[in-house]
Design a protein around this ligand. Structure first.
Ligand SMILES: [Zn+2]
Length: 141
């Protein structure tokens, strides 16, 4: 094998590795229903011994969480801005077709609820965490 062939081979392996890395990073699928995860509605759950798990919606998270022990962190994304926030800091709205929406600001949640004839509901995710009471005690703001 010539030096050039070896170099070409190495380059091919390198490119394959890089493209695999990017595909697995971008094409994230929901662990509950296999749908593509869109940032604005996604939920990221951290589990002990399993790492981060992504779900496409609060609805999927509600179906998935009861089957998982050792949940240490739940992050939702504000539906208006796509900004991440801890699940226990979000405000949730349930529409008439029983879909859940997360908002970081109370006013956004309230406006959305009024516009879409929906209702603001209590945080449905945090109770599934390993130790939600500890979490509430340590939060300062
Ligand atoms: Zn899903």
């Amino acid at each position: 094998m010539t030096g050039r062939a070896i170099l070409a081979g190495l380059a091919a392996v390198f490119v394959a590795g890089i493209s695999q890395f990017f595909t697995s990073d971008e094409a994230r699928e929901c662990v509950q229903d296999g749908l593509a995860v869109q940032r604005a509605r996604s939920v990221v759950v951290t589990c002990q011994g399993r790492g981060e798990v992504r779900l496409c919606s609060v609805d999927c998270a509600m179906q998935w969480l009861p089957h998982e022990n050792g949940v240490t962190e739940i992050v939702v994304h504000d539906e208006q801005t796509g900004e991440p926030l801890a699940a226990h800091r979000a405000h949730y709205v349930e529409t008439s077709n029983q879909r859940l929406h997360a908002f970081s600001r109370w006013t956004d949640a309230h406006d959305f609820a009024e516009r879409s004839a929906a209702r603001v509901v209590p945080d449905p995710l945090t109770p599934w965490m390993r130790d939600p009471t500890k979490l509430e005690r340590t939060s300062q703001d």
